[in-house]
Structures are given as C-alpha cells and as structure tokens.
Ligand binder design. Structure first.
Ligand code: FAD
Length: 399
C-alpha cells in the first residue's frame, strides 16, 4: 500500500521550506500532514553566492524564523559599468550567508513546527492520476492531492507535470577565495562588487565579488552570471575576476539558473504548483533566494485556497503569480535585462551612472528596501522629488 498525503513538497531549499513555513502559519493542521522530500541531507552544499536582500531577512523574521546564521552584512555596493565606477552606500543593504547554514536553519524551523522532512529521498518520477499525483521515490510511492515543485532549476516536477522547455536557462560559476590571498578591500569595507564591463563585448551578465565567512574565516565569493555565454567564455571571465583576488586558477563550481518570463512561464498545472527556481528566478542578476521565499508564501496561500474551494487546477496560482507584485517585479527585471544586456547598453547604463536619485530608487526597489518593490509608479515618482531621497543613510556598525 502506498502512503497518502494531502500535500507533498519536493525540495527543502528556501522555496520548499518557505512554502511549509507559510502553510503552517495559515493552516497548521494541513501543515502537520504535509511531507517535504529532499534528495540531499542538511546541511547540504548549494552553489550560490548567498546574497540575501533585506526583503528576504524581513520575510523570515516576520515568520519568527531568526536570522541568526553566520553572515556578513553589506553596507556598500560598487558597480563597474562600461563607462564608470559607481559607489553606493546604504545600511544593511544585503546579507551574505552560506547556503548550507541558511537552508539548514530553514529546514530546522520547519521541523520545529512539526512539519515532516524526509532527507536522502530522491523523487524519481511523477505522474498525474484522477485525484492528484503519484510521486515515485527511491524509497517508495506516495500519493498526494497536491505537489509543490520546489526542486530547483532542473525541477523534475516541472518537467514531468508542467512543461518541458529549457530556453530560459542562465549559467553561473563561482569560487571561494580566502581573503589573505589577494588585495581586495571589499571584505574590510563590507562592500560587494559588480562588474558589467564585459557587456559591450556581448556578455549578457556580470562578474561579482561578495564578502563572506566560511567557518568563520573571511573569504571572497567570486563569480560570473551570464544569460548567453558558453562555459569556456564564462570560465575566462571568472578567471579575470579571480585574478583580482590573486587566485586566477582557483577551483570553481557551476550551476544553471532558470529564470521567469512573465506571461510565458507556466508555474502551475492540475494538482501542481511550482515555487522558487523551479518556477523561475530573476533574469537580470540571477537572484532567487528571497524570491523563493516570496513564491513560497504565494504557494502556501494557493494550497489553502485549493483545499477550501476544491479547485486544484492551479489556474488561480498562475494568475496570482503573473499579476502580483512578484510577477510584475520579475517582468520588469526581464525587461531591464533585455535593455541593459543589448546594443543599447550605453544609454541604459548612463541613467544610473548620472542620476544618484534613479540609482537609489533602482537599488532600493531591487533589494526590496522599505517595501520599495511593492510600491506604485506614482509613489516612486513622488519620492523621487523629495529632496533627501538620494541622501546616503547612516551606517551604524559592521557585520
Ligand atoms: C553561482 C550562483 C550564485 C547565486 N547567487 C545568488 C545570490 O547571491 N543571491 C540570491 O538570491 N540567489 C542567488 N542564486 C540563485 C539561488 O541559488 C536560487 O535562486 C535558490 O537556490 C532557489 O531556491 P530553491 O529553493 O528554489 O531551489 P534550491 O535551492 O535549488 O533547492 C532545491 C532543493 O530540491 C532538492 N531536489 C532537487 N531535485 C530533487 C529530487 N528529484 N528529489 C528530491 N529533492 C530534490 C535539492 O536537493 C535542493 O535541496 C545563485 C545561483 C547560482 C547558481
């Protein structure tokens, strides 16, 4: 006899854990019967730079999940554009965590709430049946009324039950370098750096250096994100960025990032919802941790609505994601990526290079500071006119 559950969540990264945490908040009884499956065992490694924007931290704290894992608080950003180097300061602008510690803390928070997480269980296949989905794992079969695909970029849930499609895949490579090997001052300054200077040479992406702590030891996380380059060109770009850290040949790891295209990406089907990278991340920068948390909140609400209305079609979740501030933000990021990473780059970069106000607005919007990513265009326009809008705020303290 196979096991039966109302809800099975595949994946216990930020999207899977966020779905479960929010479900517990909205419908504790349903959460108590929910099962999370993960092929890995926490703390598991995850290829990621670990930049969590303020909106992500706020998401967790508003659900009583303490943000107490080791992290570096970033107060400054430096962007090298094709024409200029632009510095920006804003207190608590970003938090750089390590994903093994972060994801493990979120999974622990699910367990503390009594939600069952089975680790080391891989989902091998899924098929739809009349009243839900059959989930075949390497440890047996589970029947679920609803399945949440929170299984990352290569999502088996998406491929088996929602859509095939590989056209929206970006690539990212990264390397961790101990600070003492180079002369980079970003760690000491609590600053992260972005370099868009390859865009005029056709790269749709950027290089980065983030300060981070690995087992308490200061490191730089160095990487390259690209929507269009093949692996050899990306590795060359990475080697260039690594040379700034005195480590041109450091070992690197790579991972695909699936991104969301508003109006085209399918995020639901009968009895199935996708969340996080399985649905799609930000095409401009490849950011996805905080978005995964937000997807989780929408998915949990959709689960509750489905059981309340007996409508498991997923249609309302698709409409909510496309029409919500989240879908609108992802849509704008896609539009921005298309312009900035195009032959019009010169004009696009000129705007943030020359206007401190628009720069501040764009960065606050991107990082979800003070809910900027949920405000209307009219609100943004009014704020832009305020005299003090682009004044740097006080930075009080370090990590
Ligand atoms: C190099 C790189 C740098 C990045 N840097 C940043 C950054 O600085 N900031 C940021 O916000 N985002 C960043 N991202 C993106 C970020 O890592 C993802 O958006 C984020 O991990 C999405 O979370 P998720 O929960 O959707 O998926 P994941 O974190 O990928 O979690 C998926 C989970 O599903 C499990 N799983 C997969 N398949 C199965 C299966 N068949 N059966 C059972 N379990 C399964 C996996 O073990 C995993 O635990 C980066 C990505 C890369 C590649």
């Amino acid at each position: 006899m196979s096991e039966t559950r109302p809800v099975v969540i595949v994946g216990s990264g930020p999207a899977g854990s966020a779905t479960a945490l929010e479900l517990h908040r909205l419908a504790p009884d349903l959460a108590a019967d929910t099962l999370i499956l993960d092929k890995a065992t926490h703390p598991r490694p995850k290829v990621c730079a670990g930049g969590v924007i303020p909106a992500g931290r706020q998401w967790l704290e508003s659900r009583d999940v303490p943000f107490d894992m080791p992290h570096v608080t970033v107060h400054k950003a430096r962007a090298r554009t094709p024409n200029a180097t632009v510095d920006y300061a804003e207190p608590n602008f970003c938090y750089v965590i390590r994903r093994n510690e972060f994801d493990s803390a979120l999974a622990g928070a699910c367990r503390e709430r009594g939600i069952e997480l089975r680790e080391g269980v891989a989902v091998r296949d899924l098929r739809r049946e009349r009243d839900g989905v059959v989930v075949e794992t390497d440890r047996g079969r589970i029947r679920a009324r609803m399945v949440i695909g929170a299984d990352g970029s290569g999502s088996a849930v998406r491929r088996r039950l929602v859509e095939e499609g590989r056209e929206t895949i970006a690539r990212a490579v990264m390397s961790d370098v101990p600070i003492e090997t180079g002369s980079w001052d970003g760690f000491a300054e609590r600053r992260y750096d972005f370099d868009f200077s390859d865009v005029p040479r056709g790269m749709q992406g950027y290089r980065w250096s983030f300060p981070c702590l690995i087992d308490g030891v200061p490191h730089a996380n160095v990487g390259v994100y690209s929507l269009n380059r093949g692996s050899e060109r990306i590795k060359q770009a990475l080697s260039g960025e690594l040379s700034l850290h005195g480590a041109a040949n450091a070992r690197h790891v790579a991972f695909p990032i699936r991104w969301y295209q508003r109006g085209k990406t399918r995020v639901a089907a009968e009895s199935v919802l996708l969340a996080g990278d399985a649905a799609g991340a930000d095409p401009l920068m490849g950011e996805g941790i905080s978005l995964a948390l937000e997807y989780g909140a929408f998915a949990a609400q959709a689960i509750v609505d489905a059981f309340r209305t007996d409508d498991y079609s997923g249609a309302s979740y698709q409409r909510v994601i496309d029409g919500s501030w989240l879908g609108i933000k992802l849509g704008r990021l896609h539009a921005t990526a298309r312009w900035f990473y195009s032959r019009y780059w010169r004009w696009c970069f000129a705007v943030p290079e020359r206007s401190p106000r628009l720069r501040a607005l764009g960065l606050r919007w991107y990082n979800g500071i003070d809910d900027w990513d949920r405000r209307s265009i009219a609100d943004a326009a009014i704020s832009l006119l305020r005299k003090d809008f682009a004044q740097p705020r006080t930075i009080d303290g370090n990590a």
